[in-house]
Design a protein around this ligand. Structure first.
Ligand code: SAH
Length: 519
């Protein structure tokens, strides 16, 4: 990227940010954002996306709406040229793709004229993100051999720039950007030009944002439906292609409460089943107050028969200290490695270690029994969290083994919800909350209070269920297997049963709740 030794001028990168979710950025976009000195962005880009990528770059927001200048595109172009001439890496971050309805030509011109080097980085444009979110194929061999991207908003006083007659004649899919503001006008024009009022229409509002909404209607009814449902901008409207049936969690919003950085797996399983996930971490993973006990244990690792890892975070802490002590797998000597469950095992294996034992059922009691059978009077090192259960140690000691326990991380409950998260939880229609540990269950009750009674609750294991029941709440489902996939399976099974059976009296649901708790 920009070579800091070279004098000015810098470069300008026009980078597509995709529709808003950070995981829809390209790898190239993330690389360039990391190297940026200045990021010039518009309102379509959620700035939170930048916090995790480059919190240090100077941010210059541009508010297009209400800009009184005759050509705000050119004004932005002059700003970019000036910033680049000052030197450094200047990123013009644009929602979706920079070349689609982004006034790219107007912004590029002054930059090129100033002799500044330019690179364009494509992004996932709203039409493609929306089609994916709604499960709509934009082309099909039978019905649609073309896709047209058009704007639904005509500049004030401008003659109609869109040739509706020509579009209506094309037997292809139309994707209308800036689709909701003037929906009554353009949908009327299309019908007048000969497109059937029964043509299927899919509306995707705020695609990939936490408050994404999908709507299905027809060309004849879409204007009324936009008004009735209040589908908000930014939104794209897909005309002429219908959604294929979505997954078993379609329309469901699941609150994921795992610590930051550990939500990825369950969020993808929820999305794969057609649902949406809202991530609100309720505990954080912190270093223990001192590494001394773990470091001492690692130096003595080869004196143990077994080193037992009670969680994926334990693996991270253990291997992190091994590396910090400038040691590697040889320090373990003949000690064998055991993991409590498949996720912990996978973490070990991904770091290049073989796992010698995972119990057939992911429970401490089971692990203790299986481990105890492998040696007589064995020496065990347990790597664990600061808080947690004693079953594993007790189970091994009861069978005559020596056990040393060391703490590799602390789980710290969040004191309060981040205001942004608190607002989202109140505003969005949460269906399920997922609880993956006893401490998360306790935090959820403390932070969400009575609101929990309006949601269906899924727990990962009997221990987590017990913690929840200790606070007077019962889970709707408990995972049969204590894994994230096990939880999502339990939710899907419940939803499938609820879809065919009327809900039993008194079952969780929102119907009988006081109005204040309705999403
Ligand atoms: N360059 C952008 C488009 C900018 S024009 C792109 O490639 O996507 C602004 C329009 O884009 C909005 O009115 C809306 O129609 C669409 N749009 C942008 N982000 C969107 C999102 N997250 N969800 C739905 N529509 C979006």
């Amino acid at each position: 990227m920009h070579d800091r030794r070279s004098p000015a001028p810098g470069r300008v990168f026009f980078v597509g940010a995709g529709p808003g979710a950070p995981d829809l950025l390209t790898i190239r976009a993330v690389e360039i954002l990391r190297a940026a000195d200045v990021i010039v962005h518009d309102a379509l880009v959620p700035v939170r996306m930048l916090d995790g990528i480059n919190p240090h770059a100077r941010r210059v927001p541009i508010d297009r709406a209400g800009d009184p200048r005759p050509d705000p595109g050119a004004a932005t172009g002059h700003l970019l040229a000036r910033l680049a001439v000052e030197g450094g890496t200047v990123v013009r971050l644009k929602g979706g793709d920079p070349a689609v309805f982004g006034r790219l030509a107007e912004e590029l011109e002054p930059v090129r004229r100033a002799g500044v080097a330019v690179e364009l980085v494509p992004g996932v444009t709203a039409a493609l993100a929306a089609a994916a979110a709604a499960g709509v194929p934009l082309t099909s061999r039978v019905e649609a051999s073309s896709v047209t991207l058009l704007t639904g908003r005509e500049a004030d006083g401008k003659e109609a720039a869109v040739d509706f007659r020509g579009l209506a004649a094309l037997q292809g899919t139309l994707v209308v950007y800036m689709g909701v503001e003037q929906v009554a006008r353009w949908s009327r024009e299309l019908v007048a030009a000969g497109r059937s009022p029964d043509t299927p229409v899919t509306i995707v509002s705020r695609c990939s944002w936490p408050d994404e909404q999908l709507g299905a209607t027809t060309l004849g009814h879409c204007a009324a439906d936009v008004e009735r449902h209040g589908w908000r901008s930014p939104a794209v409207v897909i005309v002429g292609a219908a959604a294929v049936p979505a997954g078993p969690l379609a329309g469901r919003l699941v609150l994921v409460t795992r610590p930051s950085g550990q939500e990825g797996e369950i969020v993808s399983s929820i999305r794969a089943a057609g649902g949406r996930a809202l991530h609100v971490p309720l505990v954080s993973i912190e270093d223990p107050p001192s590494w001394q006990p773990l470091d001492d244990a690692i130096r003595a690792a080869s004196t143990y028969d077994w080193i037992v890892l009670a969680s994926a975070n334990g693996v991270r802490g253990f291997l992190g200290r091994l590396a910090a002590l400038r040691l590697d797998g040889r320090a373990l000597g003949t000690a064998r490695l055991a993991a409590i469950g498949p996720a912990t095992r996978r973490h070990l294996e991904e770091a290049g270690y073989r796992c010698d034992l995972t119990p057939s059922v992911s429970r401490a009691e089971e692990l203790a029994a299986e481990l105890a059978a492998t040696v007589h009077g064995g020496r065990f090192l347990l790597i664990r969290a600061d808080r947690g259960r004693e079953e594993l140690r007790l189970g091994l000691e009861a069978r005559g083994h020596h056990v040393d326990e060391v703490v590799a991380y602390e789980t710290r409950p969040r004191e309060a919800l981040d205001p942004h998260d608190a607002e989202a939880v109140v505003r969005l229609p949460v269906d399920w909350i997922v609880l993956t540990s006893p401490s998360i269950a306790t935090s959820a009750v403390r932070l969400f209070g009575d609101r929990m009674r309006a949601w269906k609750i899924a727990t990962i294991s009997p221990v987590t269920t017990a913690a929840l029941e200790g606070h007077g709440l019962t889970p709707t489902v408990e995972a049969a297997r204590a894994t994230t996939d096990g939880i999502v399976e339990a939710i899907i099974r419940h939803e499938a049963a609820a879809a065919v059976l009327p809900p039993p009296a008194g079952s969780p649901g929102t119907a009988h709740l006081p109005p204040s708790l309705h999403g």
